[in-house]
Every structure is written in structure tokens, then in C-alpha cells.
Design a protein. Structure first.
Length: 255
């Protein structure tokens, strides 16, 4: 993915990593369309960041995804990058399965079905563009599990394998598949995570991500240094020790 000259749609980018990434990619010379459910936040983003376009979308609602996709492709036919950013993270206790099941269903719908629906909507169009990218967003927890968030871990592991397989199927087309793998980042993904001393500062994370995309435009996985502790635990041969270390830190497993 070239760092500039793109038209990029980023649903789920009204806050946190998504919004910060949108702002930095705009500064690098890209046209940005941000999607989200909260109309008030979309209006605020338009006011705060002139030139960033906004579209209402609820990635948990198939019809909303279809309508937003049609609108993006109609109003911004030059779109050549999709960043499937939407995601939630919830603590679950599977010793109380009724509550955990509700959380799991919501997490799977948002974190897994949401990106899959978006990719399904855009993939035909992207193959008509001479240079296109699908960026998925997994997590270091796709590779080393956090005890408190089993469904989040599972959906991010699924996103990783979906990305790997999609890349195989799109080989020979104009569409690249790039997987962003964040560590714990100081956002509001979980209560208290923004204030956690273990979480990577958001500005530092985005700066490193942009630098990696710029220096490695053909990369298939975007990994800041902090995520490699989790990403390569099994390859290092100390997976069991890494799982133990991750789950013995703060209540969110931040390291």
C-alpha cells in the first residue's frame, strides 16, 4: 500500500485507533471517508478535521453495511483502500455462560461478521482498481490469549486466518491484503485501558504504524515492536511462559 494518493474508507473510525489513523493518513495525502454509527461523532469529526468525509454505518447490521457500501461506491468511485477497523472488546466469565454467550454473540457479529460483510461489499470494486488494498485489523491477542476476553481473542484469530486465506485467493489480482496487528493501545476499548501504564500511547502507535506502511508498502503484516512479544511467542518456543506473563500483569492483561 502506497502511503499517499489513495481514497480510503475506514468504517469504525469515530474514535481510538481508527480516527487517529484516519487523521494521519489524510495528512499523508489521502482522501479519507470515515464511517460510524454515532451521527454526533461524525459531525464532530467533520468539524474538527476539514476534508475528512463521513458516512453513517452500523457494521452489525447487514442492511446498513449494504447501504453504506453503495453510497461510498457511488459518491467516491475512486476508493481503492478499505480498512475494516470496527471492533469491540468485552470481558467474559464463562463460568456464567448465559451472560458470556450474549457478549460472545455481540463480539462475533461486530469483530468478525462486520469486516467480512464489508469485504464482501467492496471486493468486486477493488479488483477494478489498478492498485488496491484491504487492511484488516487483528490483535496480538490473536496469537497469545488474554484470559478475560475469550471471544475477542477468538475473533481476532479468525481475522488473522481470514486475512491469510484471502491473500492467497487474491494473488494475481490488483488487491493486496495487509493485516494490522495492534498490541494494547491507550484507547477506550476496555474501561481503564486509556489510563493503563502498560498500554502503548496512541500517538506513538500511530506514528510507528505510518512509518511501517511508508517504509514497507508491500508488507502483509504491520507489527509495531511492542506486539511482537505476543505475535511470536509460539515461534520463540516460550508460548506457555508468554501466556502466563500476559495474564499476570494488570486486569486487562496489558503489558
Amino acid at each position: 500500500m502506497d502511503i499517499k494518493g489513495n481514497t480510503i474508507f475506514i468504517p469504525g473510525a469515530t474514535s481510538g485507533i481508527g480516527l487517529a489513523l484516519a487523521v494521519e493518513l489524510q495528512a499523508k495525502g489521502n482522501e479519507i471517508i470515515v464511517g460510524g454509527r454515532r451521527t454526533g461523532r461524525l459531525t464532530q469529526i467533520s468539524d474538527d478535521h476539514p476534508g475528512i468525509h463521513t458516512i453513517e454505518i452500523d457494521t452489525t447490521d447487514l442492511e446498513s453495511v449494504r447501504q453504506a457500501t453503495n453510497r461510498v461506491l457511488t459518491e467516491y468511485p475512486e476508493v481503492n483502500v478499505l480498512v475494516a477497523m470496527a471492533g469491540i472488546m468485552q470481558v467474559e466469565d464463562w463460568t456464567s455462560p448465559d451472560d458470556a454467550l450474549t457478549s460472545a454473540e455481540n463480539t462475533v457479529t461486530t469483530n468478525l461478521l462486520g469486516p467480512i460483510r464489508l469485504i464482501a461489499g467492496f471486493i468486486g470494486h477493488l479488483q477494478t482498481r489498478p492498485d488496491a488494498t484491504i487492511m484488516t485489523v487483528s490483535s496480538g491477542l490473536a496469537f497469545t490469549p488474554l484470559k478475560a476476553t475469550p471471544s475477542y481473542n477468538a475473533t481476532k484469530a479468525a481475522i488473522h486466518m481470514f486475512s491469510e486465506t484471502l491473500r492467497l485467493q487474491l494473488a494475481g489480482t490488483s488487491v493486496k491484503v495487509m493485516e494490522l496487528q495492534p498490541p494494547s493501545v491507550a484507547t477506550d476499548l476496555l474501561p481503564g485501558q486509556r489510563e493503563s501504564s502498560f498500554a502503548m500511547p496512541l500517538e506513538e502507535f500511530i506514528e510507528e504504524v505510518i512509518s511501517l506502511i511508508e517504509s514497507q508498502p508491500a508488507a502483509t503484516e504491520i507489527q509495531v515492536e511492542r506486539v511482537k512479544f505476543l505475535r511470536y511467542a509460539e515461534a520463540r518456543g516460550n508460548y506457555k511462559e508468554t501466556v502466563a506473563a500476559l495474564n499476570s500483569t494488570d486486569p486487562h492483561g496489558n503489558r
